[in-house]
Ligand binder design. Structure first.
Ligand code: GDP
Ligand code: IMO
Ligand code: MG
Length: 419
């Protein structure tokens, strides 16, 4: 059996939560492979909206196994809040498993994140300030604490050692280190984490594969935020791309099956960094308003712009995408003209490559298409969609060489069209 992957092809917030929740009935296991509480994955059904940060988006199907993989970084306090919110809604969590090798976000990791951003001034990354960067730094620096460590007798001593290292670093930043109250809350949350099934998830996942169980790996963030292939340094600190599934779950590349790449019908980005098609005008404002483009984790307004095909093709190449999913097609209803950037003009030269230099002056070259005015949120078949939208879909398929399989026309689980 192969493991399928679903990941974002833009700058995050493409609608991964909704898509994973929609696809979960087809799978036995859903597994998150990277990122942490910087993610905010929203899903809606039966008039209820839920935002998940650490927990896989298959959790509303209690008979399915949901795994937080070794590549994820966990803040026990955020995890506890998520758990309590799910329990308040009566969600059964007995099939939620956590990797022993997932790293822990300490209260001082969050302080270091804030101190680092404050020290950067206007060149700040625009981090979600959840402690992601400092935690992955401790992981690769071989100083981190892992979920498996919480069961050892010297856990508190190891915690203090790492915390004290952070406190010294905060002194160098000249950043206030108020951690005592948070530390108390953190240890209480560790107590909650201990009540869950903690396991060697790499063994579990490979066993499921030999048992012919179907697995969907859920990405966080998006390809353009990948630590290696994104717009560095305006990126997150993990590999958000398909290869991250192998290291973040312990799955061999030969076991990867389908790769679903999810795209918004336009682009958004939250935080700093290049965004060639960004619209700083009334059209951008209209996209933000109609698309309700405010961060699921931080509430920050998202930057909005037209679809960026050079970036999309790049993401498809890096991930080996086999099927595309489009979300928020409904948000484009009512625009007379829809634009898609097909190439960039960089220093007067036309190219379809994403430039290395994040400071390069990139001017988008657009193709214009006719828009549609119908409200499509009630449409349930691809054939009934407006001709202009079908043309837009066909245009992207032709440019990228990858077919769309799903078109989403509303946040609601039910409002999803299979092509
Ligand atoms: P994720 O991080 O990729 O899971 O995406 P987010 O949840 O952060 O952001 C996507 C937002 O778009 C959420 O508020 C979703 O409820 C919403 N959404 C998803 N699909 C659609 C869609 O097809 N149409 C509309 N209007 N909203 C959608
Ligand atoms: P989901 O999974 C959108 C962005 C931040 C910032 C940069 C680094 O919901 O799509 P970090 O906190 O990782 O140090 O922030 O990455 N970012 C996201 N943007 N969606 C996300 O996750 C994001 N996670 C991080 O805004 O620019
Ligand atoms: Mg999100």
């Amino acid at each position: 059996m192969k493991l399928d992957v679903l990941l974002g092809l833009q700058w995050g917030d493409e609608g991964k939560g909704k898509a994973v929740d929609f696809l979960t009935p087809q799978y036995d296991v859903i597994a998150r492979f990277q990122g942490g509480p910087n993610a905010g994955h929203s899903l809606e059904f039966n008039g209820m909206k839920h935002v998940l940060h650490t927990i896989p988006s298959g959790i509303f199907h209690p008979e399915k196994i949901n795994i937080i993989g070794n590549g994820v970084v966990i803040d026990p306090v955020v995890f506890r809040k998520e758990i309590e919110a799910l329990q308040a809604r009566g969600v059964d969590l007995k099939n939620l498993y956590i990797s022993r090798k997932a790293h822990l976000i300490l209260p001082t990791h969050r302080l270091l994140d804030a101190a680092s951003e404050a020290s950067k001034g206007i060149s700040k990354i625009g981090s979600t300030l959840k402690g992601i960067g400092p935690t992955y730094m401790d992981k690769t620096g071989r100083n981190g604490l892992r979920v498996g460590d919480i069961f050892t007798s010297d856990f508190e001593a190891h915690y203090r050692q790492l915390r004290d290292k952070h406190l010294n670093m905060l002194k160098q930043y000249d950043y206030p280190a108020e951690y005592e109250q948070e530390e108390k809350t953190w240890f209480e949350a560790i107590g909650v984490l201990k009540t869950f099934t903690v396991l060697d998830s790499e063994y579990a996942i490979n066993k499921y594969l030999t048992e012919n169980k179907s697995i969907l790996a859920e990405g966080a963030q998006g390809t353009m935020l990948d630590i290696d292939f994104g717009s560095y340094p305006f990126v997150t600190s993990s590999n958000t791309v398909c290869a991250g599934t192998c290291t973040g779950l312990g799955v061999a590349p030969s076991h990867i099956g389908k790769v679903y790449g999810i795209v918004k019908a336009y682009c958004t980005r939250v935080g700093s960094g290049p965004f060639p098609t960004e619209l700083l005008d009334a059209t951008g404002e209209e996209l933000r308003k109609k698309g309700n483009e405010y961060g699921s984790t931080t509430g920050r307004p998202r930057r909005c712009g037209w679809l960026d095909l050079p970036a999309l093709k790049y993401s498809i190449m890096i991930n080996g995408v086999t099927s595309l999913i489009m979300t928020k097609a409904d948000v484009l209803s009512g625009f007379d003209t829809i634009k898609a950037c097909t190439r960039y003009k960089v220093d007067g030269r036309v190219t379809d490559r994403v430039p290395f230099d994040v400071n390069a002056k990139v001017e988008p070259v657009y193709t214009e298409m006719k828009g549609w005015s119908n409200d499509i949120t009630g449409t349930s078949s691809f054939d009934s969609l407006p001709a202009e939208l079908k043309e837009y879909v066909a245009f992207i398929e032709k440019e990228t060489g990858v077919p769309f399989q799903i078109i989403s026309v509303s946040p609601d689980r039910e409002k999803t069209i299979i092509k």
